[in-house]
Design a protein around this ligand. Structure first.
Ligand code: T1G
Length: 697
């Protein structure tokens, strides 16, 4: 028996302890250790009952996800669970922490479960594009019925110990140390008739077949049109639990599990699980200690500044907000309070918590107010000269060692840093709107930025519950560079014959909440117009230039804020209506350039948009702006609505084949050099591997 599973006997009760940090994932060594331990406990006459426990912060949080996609090593988890359940001595699981997936299924294979009060339980497999494949879809409904079981497996929100007791999924909560409580519980079972209680034989949840079938039908109805593969499979399995004998249901579940595991959706979702965790690993984080931050200064209380302030207040920091004059400051403070008001109405915080947050917020119109701040974030308009002025003013008041950050979406951090006394303390912290909701933060590292400053940026982002992604300095960093390439590809198609509404519909069908032209209208066409003007002097004259956006801006069609952009918005509504005048403007541009429009199908529109994203992404990795391709996936999913179950642009490309993509880009490049394939494609193709290998850094 390896170190992962230990076995000792305590006064007639065998205690089988799992120890596989950090989350006791049920990898092959743990599974083998468990089977051996249960065999030993069963064969040992001194053993009258068994307690299963885990060291560390949690009872197993699931199967080992890193093993998926590789050949299965026996015993596989469903077999381990069946072994535990079949034990001829009462088995009590002592659980704590986050009891998830296969860990919960293992506990459900025990005859009884005792939990620490803070324990949470969940079957989140659907977030990985799979389903509970170790008997969960058969054992859970036997205890708590179809509706609760489907909620657990599809709603994926973990439940509390108290809720688990209500559902009959656990037998008790103990304030004493859970292992000791389970030992006492096991001792009481010794010698009791009918102490064995295999979950497969429980029927409480199956006692109302009509209600059961109704719950299954209702969930199936609710999932109609849902593009995800696994949820529908889960419904089939839970239905099977009522229709088939236990072993038949297990076999049904196993087949459905393997179907899910083989799917691209699951490969994509598992990729994102690890990509999110990897994104938080920047070289600076590994080698430097973050600086202490208690008070955060924010300059500029507009939409971004007030959202960022709310995030820091939510996370327990003191915030000093500076704005140009009293009326603007009052508006900003009111905007922050309204964020919390909404949270109180939604029930996510109490009125008392609102007061506590607002008590940590001070506002001022003088820069001197941030002289005690550990970090100051500039959130003023996206204009270099204004930002340089703000930085210069801040530089005169901030305390030694304070970090100076900018929330710029595009501008050159190195230029801003060059204007202050300590460029090594300058960092980009690029939040996304609404900043108190969106999880992505691009941590932009300048040439001079100190490692501990970067480490501070990453640590803060995690404290805010955000997902930090490291970016080098480039116009638009990672996300906006990809967005610009995506839009360029879309604009080319507009001039060649497609309509913006066709492009938007295609990208929504792919899984984006909005198409690129809806996003442009929301953000304002003038933002990207300003970028085009800023880059005019460095633009490659040989590359095709689309002036449709410029023409719309010159007409004042700036988007929602102007009542019209690519769509029209009557009376401030946020729902856009297609606008024939826009189609007219595009047709005039084609005529001006002598372009005969052609038809575009959804496949080609999608392919060109994705190819442009991936090609730009490959160049960002090549130029070391992005550390790894998976960081780009994380940025596009958490900042730009790229559908999570597609894995992000780089993973989607990997799944559909890099060679064919590179070859198609070569074809497109005959139309315009914008499509020139990134040299990274040749590198990875020649090396015989894909982007995944580059994600290992
Ligand atoms: N397998 C492998 N590694 C895992 C893992 C797992 N199940 N869970 C976490 N890790 C790694 C993670 O990559 C990170 O590594 C470290 O542990 C800490 O995690 C048959 C098929 C438990 C709530 O979906 O939700 O069971 O980055 O940074 O924020 O039905 O991890 O340090 O190298 O996330 O405190 C079902 C997944 C699996 C739960 C802790 N289980 N894990 O969160 O730490 S499928 C899950 C989580 C299954 C069966 C099926 C969270 C957490 P590294 P962390 P955290």
């Amino acid at each position: 028996m390896g170190q992962e599973v230990k076995f000792n006997v305590n006064d007639g009760v065998a205690v089988i302890t799992i120890n596989n940090p950090p989350v006791n994932a049920l990898n092959a060594a743990v599974r083998q250790g468990l089977v051996t331990a249960f065999d030993d406990a069963e064969a040992n006459d001194d053993v009258k009952a068994i307690v299963m426990f885990a060291e560390g912060r949690t009872f197993p949080a699931g199967a080992d996800i890193t093993e998926f996609g590789k050949p299965t090593v026996d015993p596989w988890l469903p077999d381990v669970c069946n072994r535990v359940e079949a034990t001829c001595k009462p088995v009590v699981a002592a659980v704590h922490g986050t009891v998830l997936g296969g860990g919960f299924e293992l506990a459900l294979a025990a005859h009884y479960r005792i939990a620490d009060p803070m324990t949470t339980f969940g079957l989140p497999e659907v977030t990985l594009g799979i389903l509970p494949g170790a008997g969960g879809t058969q054992r859970v409904p036997r205890i708590c019925g179809a509706e609760a079981a489907l909620d657990l497996m599809i709603a994926k929100a973990p439940i509390s110990a108290a809720k688990a007791v209500d559902l009959g999924l656990i037998d008790g909560v103990s304030r004493a140390h859970v292992r000791d409580a389970a030992l006492d519980f096991a001792h009481e079972l010794i010698g009791k008739p009918n102490a064995l209680r295999p979950t497969r034989e429980r029927t409480e949840g199956l006692s109302d077949p009509v209600g059961y079938a109704r719950a299954v039908a209702a969930k199936r109805q609710a999932l109609a049109g849902n593009p995800l593969f696994a949820p529908a499979k889960i419904v089939d399995c839970v239905e099977a639990a009522m229709l088939l004998p236990f072993e038949g249901g297990l076999a049904f579940e196993q087949a459905a599990f393997e179907d899910c595991l083989r799917s691209d959706q699951s490969a994509a979702l598992r990729h994102v699980f690890f990509a999110e965790r990897k994104a938080a690993k920047a070289p600076e984080v590994a080698r430097a200690k973050p600086r202490p931050v208690e008070i955060v200064g924010i300059v500029g209380g507009g939409t971004m500044g007030s959202g960022i302030a709310a995030s820091f207040l939510d996370a327990g920091f003191g915030v000093v907000l500076v704005d140009r004059d009293q009326p603007m400051l009052d508006t900003a403070l009111a905007r922050i309070e309204s964020v919390f008001d909404k949270a109180v109405r939604k029930g996510s915080i109490t009125a008392q918590m609102l007061d506590e947050r607002m008590a940590r917020l001070t506002g001022d119109i003088h820069y001197f107010a941030v002289s005690e701040a550990d970090l100051v974030i500039e959130c003023v308009i996206e204009d270099m000269s204004v930002k340089e002025q703000v930085f210069a003013t801040l530089d005169a008041v901030i305390k030694p060692g304070a970090i100076l950050a900018t929330n710029t979406s595009y501008l050159d951090i190195n230029t801003l840093a060059a204007g202050v006394a300590h460029p090594e303390n300058v960092l980009g912290l690029h939040f996304f709107s609404p900043a108190h909701v969106m999880r992505l933060v691009e941590v932009v590292v300048g040439e001079a930025t100190e490692a501990d400053v970067v480490a501070t940026g990453f640590t803060l982002a995690k404290k805010l519950g955000k997902i930090p992604v490291r970016s080098g300095v480039a116009d638009g960093f990672i996300g906006n560079s990809i967005l610009a390439a995506y839009r360029t590809a879309a604009d080319f198609m507009l001039e060649d014959g497609a309509s913006p509404y066709q492009v938007d519909a295609t990208m929504r069908a792919f899984g984006f909440p909005m198409g690129p032209y809806q996003v442009l209208d929301l953000a304002g066409l003038d933002i990207s117009w300003a970028r085009r003007k800023r880059l005019k002097s460095t633009r490659d004259p040989e590359m095709r230039y689309i002036a449709i956006g410029d023409k719309m801006c010159q007409k004042g069609w700036l988007g929602q804020k102007a009542g019209r952009g690519y769509y029209t918005y009557a009376d401030g509504s946020r729902l856009g209506v297609e606008d024939p005048e826009v189609l007219g403007l595009i047709a005039a541009e084609r005529e001006r350039k002598g372009i005969t429009p052609r038809a575009f199908g959804p496949e080609e529109i999608l392919y060109r948009c994705l190819s442009a994203m991936v090609n730009e992404g490959a160049n960002l990795v090549l130029n070391k702006i992005a550390q790894r391709p998976s960081d780009i996936d994380v940025a596009m999913i958490h900042g730009y609505g790229f559908p999570r179950w597609r894995g992000g642009p780089m993973k989607a490309a990997e799944l559909s084949g890099l060679l064919s993509l590179r070859n198609q880009l070569r074809e497109f490049a005959k139309e315009d050099k914008f499509w020139t394939p990134s040299p990274l494609f040749d590198e990875v193709i020649k090396a015989g591997h894909g982007f995944d290998t580059l994600n290992a850094v």
